[in-house]
Design a protein around this ligand. Structure first.
Ligand SMILES: [Zn+2]
Length: 182
C-alpha cells in the first residue's frame, strides 16, 4: 500500500524502475516486512508493475519478521473463516429465499385450486338445477299425455255408448216396422 507520509513519486533519488520512471513510495502491508517502507514501480495495476523494489526502512530483525508473518497467517485464517461464514450466511439466505418462493408458489396454487373447486361446485349446482327443471318438465309432459290419453279413452267410451244406443234405436225401429207389417 501507499504511505501517507511520503505520498507520491520519489524524485529525490536517482533511482528509476525498469520502465525508467521515478518510483513510488509504498508501505509494506503483508508478510514478514509489514510496516517497512519501500520504493516500487509507479504504474497502477499488478499486471503493469515491474518487479523493481528498493527498501527505504531497514527490514525487521529475523525474530520480528517471524512474528509479523505469523500474525498475517492468523489474519489469513480469520479471513478464511469469515469468508466461509459469509458463504454459509449467503447459502442460508438463498435457502430462505427458495423456501419463501416455494411457499408463495404453493399459496398461488392453493388459490387456483380453490377457484377451480368453486367453479366446479357452481357447475355442479347449475347441472343439478337443469336436471331438476328437466325432470319437472318431463313429469308435466307425462301427466299431460296421461290426461290426454284418459280423456281420449273417455271420448271413445262415449262414442261407443252413442253408437250402441243408436244401434239400439235402429234395432227397435226395425223391430217396430217388422211387427207392424205382420
Ligand atoms: Zn516500472
Amino acid at each position: 500500500m501507499e504511505t501517507k507520509e511520503r505520498r507520491g513519486l520519489d524524485t529525490e533519488t536517482e533511482l528509476r524502475c525498469r520502465h525508467r520512471k521515478c518510483p513510488r513510495c509504498m508501505l509494506c502491508w503483508d508478510g514478514k516486512n509489514t510496516g517497512c517502507r519501500y520504493l516500487a514501480c509507479p504504474l497502477r495495476g499488478k499486471e503493469n508493475k515491474c518487479d523493481f523494489v528498493e527498501w527505504i526502512d531497514y527490514k525487521w530483525l529475523p525474530m520480528f519478521q517471524k512474528v509479523a508473518a505469523s500474525i498475517w497467517e492468523v489474519i489469513g485464517k480469520f479471513k478464511k473463516q469469515a469468508d466461509e461464514a459469509q458463504v454459509d450466511l449467503l447459502a442460508a439466505i438463498q435457502l430462505r429465499n427458495d423456501v419463501y418462493e416455494e411457499k408463495e408458489a404453493l399459496l398461488v396454487e392453493k388459490v387456483e385450486w380453490t377457484r377451480e373447486k368453486e367453479s366446479l361446485i357452481k357447475e355442479k349446482e347449475s347441472l343439478e338445477r337443469e336436471m331438476a327443471m328437466r325432470t319437472r318438465l318431463a313429469r308435466t309432459t307425462c301427466s299431460t299425455l296421461e290426461n290426454r290419453i284418459m280423456s281420449d279413452g273417455n271420448d271413445k267410451k262415449m262414442l261407443y255408448g252413442l253408437i250402441l244406443s243408436l244401434f239400439g234405436v235402429i234395432v227397435a225401429v226395425l223391430l217396430a216396422v217388422v211387427f207392424k207389417n205382420k
